[in-house]
Design a protein around this ligand. Sequence first.
Ligand code: CA
Length: 239
Amino acid sequence: MRTKILLVEDEPSIADNIVYALKTEGFEVVWCPTAEKALAAFAEADFKLVVLDIGLPDINGFDVCKRLRKHSLVPIIFVTARKDEIDRVVGLEIGADDYVVKPFSPRELSARVKAVLRRSSQAAAPAPLPATPAPIPTTPVAPGEPLFAVDEDRLEIRYKGCQLQLSRYEYRLLKVLLDRPGKVFSRDELMERVWDEPGSALDRTVDAHIKTIRAKLHAICPDADPIRTYRGVGYSLAD
Ligand code: CA
């Protein structure tokens, strides 16, 4: 069965290009020109990924994302025409997996779709919610075993035997901290090491990502907080 992707985009010419590019890659694409139709379509079928325009005629893409996130961890890639950084940050803070800025080539979007799908399928199960037991066969952490295990080939990190479902930047950020336990990294340092275009991101981007990483760690072990905050300075991993 072909992987089903939901495309929410109100401009037919852009939608046509995206549909064509994704179909060429073997995906099944359902196109909705409004948020209303997209939310209805999403409830009806099993979509593996959503490509979501921010500027929609009825409900903006951020609110659509929030609504989807209430009951789904489906990977979401934002499409934006607004280049200002706030949009990017907000987009990632509310749980999107990636974004592309218009104008983009259909090929670039296809590559991102494939990368996001690869990451989400590698993270075999969603991060466990606090109310539910860990859903994946967990390798119990024996005394003296490290809390974290990094698989650099698969870009995966396990915490207490549970695989974390991390976005690209969350993975990189946690990896930098894990490489030097105890070292305090300033926000600027983290920005430099983690982000592709550090100049274009904001300080609070680091804070926002630390917050989402903490939430994911907390979901696995509510009693521990392995990331330390140094107010006005930065972060370190407890050693
Ligand atoms: Ca639009």
